[in-house]
Design a protein around this ligand. Structure first.
Ligand code: ADP
Length: 905
């Protein structure tokens, strides 16, 4: 058996081998050690002289343990007994029946129903080919000299399969939005991949070769040429990637893949470009911290009823549209469902009857299906005519089209409904799921079996009467079939014809020739009925299989309807408005709310804000204000509203007019890429460079605190020139949140720049955040106030207040070094605890120098008196000057904070 194990282990590479032994799956050697650690299994061994580590679990827990292994980033091979141990001669034959990896899962129990599970292959274009294409001037415009990468991604659980060719520098963006589960690359590929976030599987280079790939695809789609899929004009590397995906799926899956019956080209220009850093920081499908769906935009706004709808919504958010007409088509549909409450409630309750057909079809095709799956398909099909009739009076084009294309597949539905009982079992093996009256042959076999049982019941009564043995029971066991059980008290009454088979503590078990005769009839009828049921099941499965493409099309429509109904429900529930889309560079939002905070904060707690950009209102808004005022929230809100609108959703605002954008960039908060050996500032600048190099006049850029990771002057200068570049050279719409008050001067020189700030109320040394965006620039940073709110120790805050005060008095740190370095021992406070400003005024008052320069020993009393008079006059003159300019402290406050914001930060 261990030889059999070794052979299987060799065939499955680095995957953990789950080896079926009777009712258990066992792991051996190092696999056992890994499993013991990862799955919490007990590590044991059988043979003390030759202890082989082993660990195992009961067979019915396979799904649970597989799911854990996959989530922990392992591959697992399942080696099954492929012979019936009862009939097998010698060692039971075993085979690896599936290789499960994160990107090739088909079992519903191993997948998150609300998330897509993509296997991606990527193939960089060969350098030789690149040069040749460049020399020949071949390829599409802009692609000739570009370093392109072929990408293909498939979800085996639903059969969806896409390809595209992407610029090398945009591959990471696409991968982030796809949220790939596993990536295939060639062993010799040097592409940098996020290996700590996703499983990367390296494969031999030949499996990415063009010829192999083309052959694999033609075989898969049963076509002589790939031209019909619209991928023939794409780069060869695309075909290589697509071929590699299919090749890998075949190898791991070991079942049919015929539900992957086409490949669709993914046209990037149709969708808003969002780079990976922006994608992450906008927290569209996952939160930045923790990476969970909960708390992300998707997690908060998903009102879909089915997992298919949730996945569709996730794809819409990951791929907002750039075509105004397509966007408006979705808005029309959402609007119609919003405006028609009976349609809305009808659709939602209809969706309650719909199962995850996309994934169920794949299970049918791959022969991993159960009667319950088939019934789910049948029930889903029964809901189709209902949805069709609900939509029969639809007015907008999209709903009309979906209505027309919904296909009830009547013949299939009728057949399944007629064949399957109302509550089907989850496994086919034990039968009992075909409805009575569906198949005559099955019915007669069942009758025979039940008839036989009835005979046995009658026989028992007859024997009891004949022998006078009361309470004689008829039982059944696998070893000697039906028997009669007589308690020891009645042993003497047993007739001679009874054949004793077993002695128990209090009873004896017998068989009789008559009983045996009927037993045979019953058992063979039962076996025949089961075999017949299996045959019928296979026929039904085949019937479903031939409907694959119609069912797939239906699933797509149902998912779309669910996503639209979900968006409509959200819009009604949260009082969203339909955004008016335009082709101008403009953004006009009245009472906009951040879609996530608006929902998770208590009702009415979120302060709505307006945005007016473009058409004479400036395209580059500088937003100043203290930390915690709500700057990031506001600029994210604008980006998320635009993204939602272009994904087809209504938006959280009283009204919105949104010019369609081609790209959304969000540089919000520093992402920690220290593991990649890059400093926070380096990451910030890399991301900024990306924006400056790729944004267009149609793009929306939100920037938060650019230049913060370096010295103040560096930072201000960089932020300043970035604003100028975006304004003068790109002309994109931009919201720039900044600490640097200096930047607000740009409003005077750059036509498209406008200053805004988040209003704050100061009261008794405390500040109250109003979270309201108002026109104009902020006058203070309030950093120390915020530090106090955050619980920084009082002594630290007091000392910071002293330093600030001194910095405000002098013009730079160098000149004030001594004064700054010397802390005031006990800061003076008034009765309310406020720090008192020093009485003596500026530390560098000229009188101080005069006093220092005096030599009293050389002065006459008269000179000294005169000197005192002159100082007094000087001080009185100063006080008069100060009085005519307002109070001393007010001047200091507003003067210097602007020049040294870093100190307040
Ligand atoms: P900043 O970027 O100015 O430091 P944030 O945008 O991070 O400030 O906001 C700080 C906190 O203020 C947020 O976590 C949020 O809870 C709250 N907040 C921001 N904007 C609003 C608003 N419009 N209404 C209510 N609370 C808000």
């Amino acid at each position: 058996m261990m030889r059999q194990y070794d052979a299987a282990k060799e065939a499955c590479g680095d995957a953990l081998l789950l080896f079926r032994m009777g009712d258990f799956y066992e792991l051996f050697h190092d696999d056992a050690k890994v499993a013991a650690k990862e799955l919490g299994l007990t590590l044991t061994s059988r043979d003390k002289n030759n202890p082989i580590p082993m660990a195992g679990f009961p067979h019915h827990q396979l799904d649970t343990y597989l799911a854990k292994l996959i989530q922990s980033g392992f591959r697992a091979a399942v080696c099954e007994q492929v012979e019936d141990p009862k009939t097998a001669k010698g060692l039971v034959k075993r085979e690896v029946t599936q290789l499960v990896t994160p990107g090739t899962v088909t079992d519903l129990a191993l997948m998150d129903p609300a998330e897509c599970n993509y296997l991606v292959a990527l193939v960089p274009q060969s350098p030789k080919k690149r040069k040749r294409r460049a020399a020949d001037g071949e390829g599409r415009k802009g692609e000739q000299s570009q370093d392109v990468v072929g990408l293909a991604w498939a979800e085996i659980a639903s059969g969806r399969f896409y390809v595209t060719s992407a610029r090398r520098d945009s591959v990471a963006d696409l991968l982030a939005r796809l949220s790939a589960s596993e990536i295939l690359v060639s062993e010799n590929c040097e592409f940098e991949l996020p290996e700590n976030e996703v499983m990367v599987t390296r494969r031999p280079p030949w499996s990415f070769s063009f010829d192999t790939a083309e052959r694999t695809l033609k075989d898969q789609f049963k076509v002589a040429s790939l031209d019909g899929f619209g991928i023939d004009r794409m780069d060869d590397s695309v075909i290589c990637a697509a071929g590699a995906v299919i090749e890998y799926l075949k190898e791991t899956h070991k079942g049919s893949l015929e539900h992957i019956d086409r490949v669709l080209p993914y046209r990037q220009s149709v969708y808003v470009e969002i780079d990976s850093a922006s994608w992450r920081s906008l927290e569209v499908t996952r939160t930045l911290r923790g990476g969970s769906r909960e708390g992300s935009l998707l997690g908060v706004i998903d009102r879909c009823t089915t997992p298919m709808g949730s996945r569709m919504l996730a794809e819409w958010l990951a791929n907002p549209l750039t075509g105004r007409e397509e966007i408006e088509a979705r808005h029309d549909a959402v609007g119609e469902i919003v405006g028609n409450s009976s349609l809305r409630s009808g659709l939602i309750s209809g969706m309650g009857e719909i199962y995850d057909m996309q994934r169920l079809i794949a299970r049918v095709v791959t022969a991993r299906t159960s009667p319950r799956d088939m019934q789910a398909i049948c029930k889903t099909l029964s809901a189709v005519p209902v949805a069709k009739s609900q939509l029969s009076s639809a007015k907008c084009d999209l709903l009309k089209r979906l209505q027309a294309d919904l296909d009830p597949c009547n013949e299939l539905q009728t057949e399944l409904a007629g064949a399957l009982i109302d509550r089907c079992p989850p496994i086919a093996r034990d039968g009992g799921f075909i409805r009575e009256g569906y198949d005559k042959e099955l019915d007669s076999l069942r009758e025979l079996a039940t008839g036989g049982k009835q005979w046995i019941a009658n026989y028992q009564a007859k024997i009891c009467e004949e022998t006078g043995i009361k309470g004689m029971k008829v039982g059944f066991n696998k070893v000697f079939g039906y028997y009669l059980e007589v308690t020891n008290a009645n042993k003497d009454r047993v007739p001679e014809a009874f054949i004793r088979k077993q002695t128990l503590k209090n009873a004896e078990r017998y068989i009789t020739p008559e009983l045996k005769e009927y037993e045979e009839k019953v058992l063979s009828a039962e076996n025949d009925a089961l075999a017949r049921e299996m045959l019928l099941f296979d026929q039904l499965r085949e019937l479903v299989r031939v409907h694959t493409s119609r069912l797939k099309a239906n699933s797509h429509i149902l998912a779309t309807l669910d996503a639209l109904a979900g968006l409509a429900t959200l819009a009604v529930e949260q009082s969203y408005c339909r955004p008016e889309m335009t082709d101008q560079q403009e953004l006009e939002i009245v009472d906009g709310r951040h879609p996530v905070l608006d929902i998770i904060q208590p009702l009415g707690a979120f302060v709505p804000n307006d945005t007016q950009l473009g058409s004479g209102h400036g395209v580059l808004h500088l937003i100043t204000g203290p930390n915690m005022a709500g700057k990031s929230t506001y600029i994210r809100q604008v980006a998320l509203l635009t993204l939602m609108a272009q994904a087809g959703s209504f938006v959280p605002a009283a009204s919105a007019k949104i010019g369609v954008v081609d790209k959304i960039f969000a540089r919000v908060g520093a992402s920690d890429e220290l593991s990649k050996g890059q400093s926070t500032f380096m990451v910030e600048m890399t991301e900024t460079a990306r924006i400056l190099n790729t944004a267009s006049a149609r793009s929306l850029v939100i920037l938060d605190e650019i230049g913060r990771g370096t010295s103040t002057y560096d930072g201000v200068s960089l932020a300043w020139s970035i604003v100028e570049y975006m304004h003068d050279r790109i002309g994109c719409s931009c919201l720039f949140a900044t600490h640097y008050h200096e930047l607000t001067a740009l409003e005077e020189t750059l036509e498209g720049v406008r200053n805004y700030n988040v209003s704050v109320q100061e009261w008794d040394e405390k500040i109250v955040f109003l979270h309201k965006i108002v026109s104009g620039s902020a006058d203070k940073s309030y950093g120390i106030h915020v530090a106090k709110l955050a619980g920084v120790p009082v002594s630290v805050n007091d000392r910071a207040a002293q330093i600030l005060e001194k910095l405000e008095q002098g013009s730079d740190v160098e000149a004030n070094r001594d004064a700054i370095m010397t802390p005031t021992e006990h800061p003076r406070r008034d009765q309310s605890g406020r720090i008192q400003l020093t009485l003596f005024g500026p530390v560098h008052h000229p009188l101080v120098d005069k006093v220092k320069a005096l030599d009293p020993n050389r002065m006459s009393p008269m000179d000294a008196l005169e000197m005192l008079h002159s100082w007094k006059r000087e001080l009185e003159d100063d006080a008069d000057d100060a009085g005519s300019n307002g109070t001393e402290s007010e001047d200091q406050d507003s003067g210097e904070e602007k020049s040294e914001p870093q100190a307040t930060a």
